[in-house]
Design a protein around this ligand. Structure first.
Ligand code: GRF
Length: 210
């Protein structure tokens, strides 16, 4: 068995993916894992409230409190150390991580993206913009992607994807709703692969070992 995952969840918004992770831990479908801290750049994030309600440390930290990107990153690293985090799950976190975090947690940071990467990703492709682009591009399928985070937006190796059909009458809002449902399924599943020590990273590829 791999070491216990002590997960720091970074979130900027309502926190439904955080909730899905916590639910999976409670139901024991995500074994060997614990959320040790929730970090947000947004003091009003629903994710912080969810954490507080479950007595999980909820930390509001944003760039404006620091005089440089480096100081901000160092403070985030201190927070991760304070709570013993050994894994990071970005769940709707709207800020790019500083390279010092990425190198300290190399291959230990996941992100969830509401489309099938490598399509419909990159800078500016978040939230409704993703679903608008999928519909404007007349894609017949969309879905969600869990990937490792590297220095480029939405470019790290893919861990898990799930597709859904795009209906002819889908709007960005209806598509977002359907995609969010599958995000809640595959994010805990992807984290579980790490919790069970089943993930090997080979360059730009993730290999799932039995
Ligand atoms: C999700 O769609 C996620 O893919 C995106 O931001 C949204 C976060 O939703 N990057 P929530 O805060 O987890 O409810």
């Amino acid at each position: 068995m791999a070491d216990e995952l002590k997960i720091a969840v970074f979130a900027s918004g309502k926190g439904s993916n955080l909730q899905a992770i916590l639910d999976a831990i409670a139901r024991k479908t995500l074994p060997n894992s614990r959320v040790v801290v929730v970090v947000s750049n947004n003091g009003d994030a629903g994710a912080l409230e969810i954490a507080r309600q479950q007595s999980i440390p909820a930390i509001h930290k944003h760039r404006g409190q620091f005089s440089s990107d480096e100081e901000f990153a160092a403070s985030l690293l201190d927070t991760l150390d304070d709570y013993g985090a050994n894994f990071i799950a970005l769940a709707g976190y709207m800020k790019k991580l500083h390279p010092s975090l990425i190198s300290r947690f190399r291959n230990r940071i996941l992100n969830i993206h509401p489309a099938l990467l490598p399509a419909f990703g990159g800078k500016g492709m978040f939230g409704q913009y993703v679903h608008e682009a999928v519909i404007a591009g007349k894609s017949q399928i969309s879905g969600a992607t869990v990937h490792l985070v590297d220095e480029e937006y939405d470019r790290g190796p893919v861990v898990l994807q799930k597709t859904i059909p795009v209906a002819p009458n889908d709007t960005p809002a209806s598509l977002a709703e359907k995609v969010l449902k599958i995000e809640h399924e595959i994010y805990p599943q992807a984290i579980r692969l790490f919790a069970e020590g089943k993930v090997k990273v080979d360059g730009q590829h993730v290999v799932i070992v039995k």
